[in-house]
Design a protein around this ligand. Structure first.
Ligand code: ARG
Ligand code: ZN
Length: 876
C-alpha cells in the first residue's frame, strides 16, 4: 500500500441494505482439477420484496475465469470486474429466473487457503467469511440463504459436501443440503481419506452416521475427537434441547488451515491439530482444546447455522454465543472453577490487551475494511462474557426461556444483536438498552471500590465507581450495566453472606449491607433499619466472584486481606484471584523497587501447594507465576514504563525463590502425583499431571535438572515428555533432549510444531533473534503451512523479553516474515501482526522501533488489504 494508494474505504453497519434478490435453490457441479477446476452453477433467483422496484443483481466473484454465463438460457454479455459481476436490471426478468455460469479456478495455486484449495493432495474449502466468491459468482453475504445440491466429479475416492448423500458412482458423488444456508457454510472435500466412524441416535430417535475423515495413517488418532463429538451432541440435547438435523455428520482433518476449525453444515473442516491425538503425541492441553473445539463447531449447528448472522457486523451473535456454550460444556465435562480461571487468564492476556490498545473495537464493530481481521478475542471471548453477564442478570431460568424463544423465533433466519436482545426483553420484561452498550462500546471498564464500615450502626457499604476509558473512535461512553457477584466472610473465615448479584447501572453506586437474624443482607442505605440486637463485626468482602464482569477491578486491598481470601474464600475463582493479586504485587515490587519476595507470600503459596483438599489442577494454576506480558500490561496500567529485561530477571528470581521455599515438598509432591496405570486424558488425571509438572519445574531449579532428565527419558505420554523438556530448557539445559526429540518425532508435523515453539519460547532474550533465524532456516520450516508459521513466528511474542530485546532485532525479523507471508497468505500475516499492538506501553526507543516497522510494512506496494488495515490501525 503506497501513500498514493489509500486504504480501501471501510464497510459500515449503517449502510446495510437487504439483498435485492433472494435464492430458492442452488445446484453446483465441480469438475476437480488442481490447475483447472470447472465450477458449474445453476442458481434460482427471485426479486426480494423487501427491496421494491427493479434492481441490478450484483454477484461477488474474485479470481474467477468466466467461461460462460446465462440468464434463463440467454447468454450474459456483461464482463466481470475485479470483485464481481453486475447483471443490469434491464436484462433481468421481473419474476424468478435462473442464472447459470461456468467458471474456472486453480485450487493448487491458492496459497491464501480461502475458497477451494489443496492441502497435501486433498481438496478442501474455507468459505467463511468471504471465500465462496473465490469459487463462483454469487451474492456472498450471510443474509442470502438457500438449499444446495452439489455434484463432485473426481477420481479421488472420497468426495464430500454438505448435507445428506444423494448418491455416488465411479468418479462422482452427489449431496443435498435441505437446510437453507448462506454461502459461507458451503464446504467440499475430496481426497484419499479414511473414516473413523461411529453411530449416534438423537433424543427423538434419528440415526446419525458420524465420520471423522483423515489421511491414511491418521485413522488411529481420532478416538478422542469422536468421543468429544458424541458427548457434545448429547450435551446440546440436555442443556439446550437442541438436536442434530441431518443423517450424517462429517468432520475432516486438514493440515493447512488458517484458523482452528469451521462449522460448515454437516461437514466441519478442522485444522488437524484440533482432531488428531494420541497420548504419545498430544498433551493434556491438546486434548482439552480438541474437546472444546469439536464442541464449539458442533454447537454452531444451532447457533450459527440454523440461526445465522444478518451481516458480518453481527459475528458475535454466533461466535460469542457459541464460545459461551463451549465454555459451559467444558465446565460440565471438567471443572467449572478451573475452566473459569483458565478463561479469565486468556481473556486478560488477549482481550484486555486488545481492548486497551490501538486495535480496540466493540464486540459488535460498526466498520471494517477486511472482515477476517475481526475474528478477534473481543468478538469471541468478550462476546461470550457479555452473554455470561446477561445470564447472571436475568438468572438461569429466564436465560433458558429466552434461548428457547430465540431458537423458535429465529430458526432459519439471519439475525442481529437487536433480535438477540429482544428475546431477552420479551422474556423478562427488562429494558436492555443500557446493557446493549456492552455490544456497541469498546474498552475495558475500570471498576474502583471503596468500603465503609460504621461500627455503631453495623452498616457496611461498598461504593463502586466505573470508568470507561476512550478507545479509537469512541472518546466518550455511557455507564455500563455491571453485574457484581459479592460474598461476605466474617473474620473467622466463615461465609456470612452467600454470593449475591448486585447490578450496577450508574457511574457511581453504593450498596449497603447489615447483619440480621438471617445473616448478612443487602439493605437500603438510607435510614438505619438494622435489626436491633444482631451482633456484627466488620465483614470481609469477596468482590466480583467468578469474575462476574469483564472489568479491571481496582481495589486497595492489604496483603493480609488477600492472604485471608486466598485461605478462606469459598468462591474458587476469587480464591485463586487473591493469590494471583498477591503474586503480582510481589513481582511488581521486585521489578520496580528491587524487592525480594517476603516469607508471608511464600508461605501462603506453599500452603496451597501441599493442601491435598484442593483440586490438583487448581493448585497447578496457583503455582503458575504471572506472565511477563501480563506484568508489562499491569505495570503500564499503573503508570510505569515496563522494562522487559527487568521483568524477565525479576520473574526468574521469583521462580528461584519459590523453588527454594517449596524445595522440601517438591520431591514428595512429584512422586505422589505419578499416575498409575495407562494414560487417560480426563480432567482428574490431567490436573494431577499439571501439578506434577509444576513441581518438576521448581524442582529443576534446585536439582540442576536431574529429575527432569529422568522424567523425559521415562515419559510415556507427550504431556510429560514435552513438559520435562520445557523444564530443562527453562534452566538452560536440554540440548541433548531436543536432538532426541527431533530424531524421534521428525516425521510428525503436529509434534514437531511443539519442538519449534519450545525453542523459541525458552530462548534467552539476547539469543531470541538468532533462534528465529536458525529455526526458520531449518529444512522442516514451511511458511506455507500456517501451523508451522505460527509455531515459530506466532510464538515469538510469547517470549516477551526476547521479542522486546533492546536491539529491536526481533521487531525487524517479525516484520520481514510478515512481508514474506503476506503475498501468499494475507489472513495469517495480518493475524500475526497483532504482536505489535502493545507498542504504546514501552519506552520511546521501543515505540520508535516498532512504529518504524509498521511504517515500513505500510509502505510496501501491493500490500494486502488485510495487513494494510492492521498496520494502519496500529499506527493510529
Ligand atoms: N466460524 C469459525 C469458528 O469460529 C471460524 C472461521 C474463521 N475463518 C476466517 N477465515 N476468518 O468456529
Ligand atoms: Zn465459532
Amino acid at each position: 500500500m503506497t501513500p498514493d494508494s489509500p486504504q480501501p474505504s471501510p464497510i459500515r453497519l449503517n449502510d446495510y441494505q437487504p439483498p435485492t434478490h433472494l435464492i430458492d435453490q442452488v445446484a453446483l457441479t465441480f469438475r476437480l482439477d488442481p490447475q483447472a477446476t470447472r465450477v458449474l452453477s445453476e442458481i434460482r433467483f427471485r426479486p426480494n420484496s423487501a427491496r421494491p422496484g427493479r434492481h441490478d443483481l450484483r454477484l461477488d466473484g474474485e479470481n474467477l475465469t468466466l467461461i460462460v454465463a446465462a440468464v434463463d438460457g440467454h447468454p450474459v454479455t456483461a464482463t466481470p470486474d475485479a470483485t464481481g459481476l453486475t447483471l443490469p436490471a434491464a436484462m433481468l426478468p421481473d419474476g424468478p429466473f435462473t442464472f447459470t455460469a461456468e467458471v474456472e479456478i486453480a485450487p493448487a495455486a491458492n496459497t491464501a487457503l480461502e475458497g477451494l484449495y489443496m492441502s497435501n493432495g486433498m481438496y478442501c474449502t474455507q468459505c467463511e467469511a468471504e471465500g465462496f466468491r473465490k469459487i463462483t459468482f454469487y451474492p456472498d453475504r450471510p443474509d442470502v440463504m438457500a438449499p444446495f445440491r452439489v455434484r463432485i466429479e473426481s477420481d479421488l475416492p472420497v468426495l464430500l459436501s454438505n448435507g445428506n448423500p444423494l448418491g455416488q458412482g465411479e468418479g462422482w458423488a452427489e449431496w443435498h443440503d435441505p437446510w437453507p444456508k448462506p454461502a459461507y457454510l458451503f464446504a467440499l472435500v475430496a481426497g484419499d481419506l479414511l473414516a473413523h466412524s461411529a453411530a449416534f441416535t438423537t433424543a427423538s430417535g434419528r440415526a446419525v452416521a458420524l465420520n471423522i475423515w483423515v489421511r491414511h495413517g491418521d485413522e488411529g488418532r481420532c478416538a478422542y475427537a469422536m468421543d468429544s463429538l458424541i458427548r457434545s451432541m448429547r450435551w446440546d440435547e440436555t442443556a439446550y434441547g437442541r438436536e442434530y438435523d441431518l443423517d450424517v455428520f462429517n468432520i475432516v482433518a486438514v493440515d493447512d488451515f488458517n484458523m482452528g476449525a469451521m462449522e460448515n453444515k454437516g461437514l466441519n473442516i478442522f485444522n488437524s491439530k484440533y482432531v488428531l491425538a494420541l497420548p504419545e503425541t498430544a498433551t493434556d492441553d491438546d486434548f482439552g482444546r480438541i474437546e472444546a473445539i469439536i464442541a464449539h463447531e458442533y454447537f454452531h449447528n444451532w447457533t450459527g447455522n440454523r440461526i445465522t448472522c444478518r451481516d458480518w457486523f453481527q459475528l458475535c451473535l454466533k461466535e460469542g454465543l457459541t464460545v459461551f456454550r463451549d465454555q459451559q460444556f467444558t465446565g460440565d465435562m471438567r471443572s467449572h472453577a478451573v475452566k473459569r480461571i483458565e478463561d479469565v487468564l486468556t481473556l486478560r492476556a488477549r482481550q484486555f490487551r486488545e481492548d486497551g490498545g490501538p486495535l480496540a473495537h466493540p464486540v459488535r464493530p460498526d466498520r471494517y475494511v477486511e472482515i477476517n481481521n475481526f475474528y478477534t478475542a473481543t468478538v469471541y471471548e468478550k462476546g461470550a462474557e457479555v452473554i455470561g453477564m446477561l445470564k447472571r442478570l436475568v438468572g438461569d431460568a429466564d436465560y433458558a426461556r429466552a434461548l428457547d424463544l430465540y431458537f423458535t423465533r429465529h430458526d432459519g433466519e439471519a439475525a442481529t444483536i437487536e433480535d438477540w436482545l429482544a428475546v431477552f426483553q420479551d422474556t423478562t420484561g427488562r429494558d436492555l438498552s443500557q446493557f446493549k452498550r456492552w455490544y456497541t462500546e469498546a474498552g475495558t471498564p475500570r471498576l474502583t471500590v471503596t468500603e465503609d464500615w460504621q461500627a455503631d450502626t453495623g452498616l457496611f457499604t461498598l461504593t463502586f465507581a466505573q470508568h470507561n476509558p476512550p478507545t479509537p473512535g469512541q472518546p466518550e461512553k455511557g455507564a455500563k450495566v455491571i453485574p457484581i457477584a459479592l460474598g461476605l466472610l466474617n473474620p473467622n473465615g466463615d461465609e456470612v453472606m452467600p454470593t449475591t448479584m448486585l447490578a450496577m447501572t450508574a457511574m457511581t453506586q453504593s450498596f449497603a449491607f447489615q447483619s440480621t437474624a438471617d445473616g448478612w443482607q443487602q439493605v437500603v442505605a438510607e435510614g438505619p433499619d438494622r435489626v436491633p440486637g444482631a451482633v456484627s463485626t466488620r465483614p470481609i468482602a469477596s468482590i466480583l466472584r467468578g469474575f462476574s464482569a469483564p472489568v479491571l477491578l481496582e481495589r486497595d486491598t492489604s496483603p493480609e486481606e488477600r492472604a485471608f481470601l486466598l485461605a478462606h474464600d469459598t468462591d474458587p475463582f476469587n480464591k485463586w484471584e487473591a493469590g494471583r493479586a498477591l503474586a503480582k504485587d510481589v513481582l511488581a515490587r521486585m521489578i520496580t523497587a528491587g524487592a525480594t519476595p517476603g516469607p508471608d507470600w511464600l508461605d501462603a503459596l506453599a500452603r496451597v501447594a501441599v493442601d491435598d483438599s484442593l483440586d490438583p489442577a487448581f493448585r497447578a494454576l496457583a503455582l503458575r507465576l504471572p506472565g511477563e506480558d501480563d506484568m508489562a500490561q499491569t505495570l503500564h496500567a499503573a503508570g510505569h514504563v515496563p522494562d522487559p529485561a527487568r521483568i524477565h530477571a525479576a520473574r526468574r528470581a521469583m521462580g528461584d525463590a519459590v523453588a527454594r521455599r517449596l524445595a522440601p515438598h517438591l520431591p514428595g509432591l512429584f512422586d505422589a502425583l505419578a499416575e498409575p496405570g495407562p494414560f487417560t486424558p480426563e480432567a482428574r488425571a490431567a490436573g494431577r499431571r499439571a501439578l506434577r509438572l509444576a513441581a518438576l519445574g521448581y524442582l529443576s531449579r534446585v536439582d540442576g535438572g536431574a529429575r527432569a532428565e529422568a522424567a523425559f527419558r521415562q515419559a510415556d505420554n507427550m504431556t510429560e515428555e514435552v513438559g520435562a523438556l520445557a523444564c530443562l530448557l527453562d534452566i538452560g539445559r536440554g540440548q541433548a533432549e531436543l536432538a532426541a526429540f527431533e530424531s524421534r518425532w521428525g516425521a510428525d508435523r503436529l509434534v514437531m510444531d511443539k519442538w519449534f515453539t519450545l525453542q523459541l519460547l525458552h530462548a534467552a532474550p539476547e539469543a531470541t533473534a538468532q533462534a528465529v533465524e536458525r529455526l526458520t532456516a531449518h529444512p522442516a520450516f514451511d511458511m506455507k503451512n500456517p501451523n508451522r508459521f505460527r509455531a515459530v513466528i506466532g510464538a515469538l511474542p510469547g517470549n516477551h523479553a526476547g521479542f522486546h530485546h533492546a536491539s529491536g532485532d526481533c521487531y525487524r525479523l517479525l516484520a520481514d516474515w510478515l512481508l514474506k507471508l503476506d503475498p501468499l497468505n494475507p489472513q495469517t500475516a495480518a493475524r500475526m501482526s497483532t504482536a505489535f499492538d502493545s507498542w504504546s506501553r514501552y519506552d520511546a526507543d521501543r515505540q520508535g522501533m516498532i512504529r518504524d516497522q509498521l511504517r515500513r510494512i505500510l509502505a510496501v506496494p501491493g500490500l494486502s488489504r488485510d495487513l494494510g488495515e492492521m498496520a494502519g490501525r496500529m499506527l493510529g
